[in-house]
Write a protein that binds this ligand. Structure first.
Ligand SMILES: *Cc1c(COP(=O)(O)O)cnc(C)c1O
Length: 233
């Protein structure tokens, strides 16, 4: 078995244990394999082990992998999720090549994604990134601006607002990890009580997936636990 296949099995076991601990079911949590910085061969290896959803942060790198996978495995049904920072002049290729975008934090970006989404692809799935760590993070909409942003994005014709995403400040204490994820869940509950049909909480990475699943994560974004340590150039 390849290292990636073995790592996927180990992550699968961790998710299984985490869902059982809180009496959730495995099917409520989607495993998103974050392949940023890894070559397309790593993606193909994970696909061979049954993985079907991949997250990428860097547009150019992602577009190359998406094109390669489409050529190498034209019949594969792979879901591509964009999870990196979005520059407003890069929305068109994101709208055309991805199934999900997790990192929308401004209405302007959402409007562009909606205008530029090719209609034949159907609506683009959207998560709003929320800054739940205050000054420790610069990314994400503030909790104060979230309700208005969510209502506006939900109106856009070629998007489907699915839920919220956060990258909390790193913490090694599980209680602290859970507190941050619980905040995101409460924000989502409030928006749902206000009438928005949200079904997604994108939260949890290699170091804190247990805590995220305990607090209701429906997508965990896992990179290094599957592909190994990243090396940036
Ligand atoms: C890199 C990245 C991940 C994966 O992080 P790991 O700690 O390697 O699991 C998840 N989400 C986002 C937004 C990322 O940028």
């Amino acid at each position: 078995m390849s290292i990636i296949a073995a790592n996927l099995q180990a992550v699968e076991a961790t998710i299984e244990t985490a869902v059982q601990a809180v009496e959730r079911t495995r099917s409520e949590v989607q495993l998103l394999a974050v392949s940023k910085t890894f070559p397309v061969e790593a993606v193909l290896e994970a696909m061979a082990a049954g993985q079907a959803a991949f997250g990428e942060n860097y547009l150019q790198e992602a577009l190359e992998k998406i094109a390669h996978v489409a050529r190498a495995q034209p019949d594969s049904k792979i879901e591509w999720h964009f999870i990196g920072p979005i520059q407003s002049n890069k929305t068109r290729p994101i709208a055309a090549s991805f199934d999900w975008v997790h990192t929308v934090e401004r209405l302007k970006i959402a409007q562009r994604l909606s205008e530029q989404r090719p209609p034949e692809l159907g609506p683009l799935n959207i998560c709003l990134q929320v800054n739940i760590s205050g000054e420790a993070s610069k990314s994400g909409a503030s909790e104060a601006e979230l309700p208005e942003l969510a209502r506006a994005v939900a109106q856009l014709p070629n998007l489907r607002l699915r839920g919220l995403m956060a990258i909390p400040e790193q913490a090694s204490d599980p209680a602290q990890q859970r507190a941050a994820f619980a905040r995101l869940r409460k924000l989502s509950d409030t928006l749902r009580a206000g009438g928005l049909a949200l079904d997604t909480l994108s939260m949890g990475m290699s170091g804190d997936m247990d805590a995220a699943i305990a607090e209701g994560a429906t997508i965990v974004r896992i990179g290094s636990a599957i592909f190994g340590a990243r090396h940036y150039e």
